[in-house]
Design a protein around this ligand. Structure first.
Ligand code: GSH
Length: 203
């Protein structure tokens, strides 16, 4: 049994999506970050960085509990534990790693920056928000072109797709408003149709 500590943000949903797609039984504990619950002492024992998601796998690799933070690390751990979504072909695996890294750093990082610029920073600036939205759209356009003639980021569904999907879903209004990116949207529809994605996105 895996305990999942999360909130319904893209980072939190990525962890629940990965566990659901990997068929790993889990118990969800909602951590209300809007009430500062991720900064409470009991939560800081799970993740000193004070951020969701975190998993505690009661049946870790050595039979002992394993506590793990960072949604990307949770995606990889779930895939390795289940033996799924890791391409066996080395070229596909390398491609999956490339798009996993792009989703984790470029896409998720920029999307998080937009959220902070819109809602958190002390001095708001519409121009700065727009600047980072264009950066994010450019990443999505690169991914859209990569998906031309491909069903998934590494040709077969992989940990890269699990990593990217929650940020795609969260930024869909921005993508729709920008227009185009039909390959990316077709990929999004393929992902959205998966029962594991549906379960994970509605924990
Ligand atoms: N890179 C981290 C980011 C985690 C993160 O930023 N989590 C946010 C919510 S999306 C959080 O818990 N913030 C704590 C807070 O706002 O108190 C990951 O992928 O897990």
């Amino acid at each position: 049994m895996i305990d999942l500590y999360m909130w319904g943000t893209a980072n939190g949903l990525r962890a629940s999506l990965a566990l659901a797609e990997c068929g790993l039984e889990n118990r969800v504990h909602k951590v209300d970050i809007t009430k500062g619950e991720a900064k409470r002492p009991e939560f800081l024992k799970l993740n000193p960085a004070g951020a969701i998601p975190v998993i505690v796998d009661r049946d870790g690799p050595d039979g002992k509990p394993l506590t793990l933070a960072q949604s990307g690390a949770i995606v990889v751990y779930a895939c390795e534990k289940a033996g799924r979504f890791i391409p066996t072909d080395p070229r596909r695996r390398a491609l999956a790693a490339q798009y996993f890294a792009m989703a984790a750093s470029d896409v998720a990082g920029t999307s998080g920056t937009i959220f902070r610029l819109e809602f958190v920073v002390p001095e708001k600036s519409a121009a700065n928000v727009e600047f980072f939205k264009q950066i994010l759209l450019n990443y999505f356009r690169v991914i859209d072109q990569h998906l031309a003639g491909r069903e998934y980021l590494a040709d077969e569904i992989s940990f890269a797709d699990l990593m990217l999907y929650p940020n795609y879903a969260a930024r869909r209004p921005l993508i729709e408003a920008a227009g185009g990116m039909d390959h990316l949207k077709a990929w999004g529809a393929r992902m959205a149709a998966r029962p594991g994605v549906q379960k994970g996105m509605n924990p």
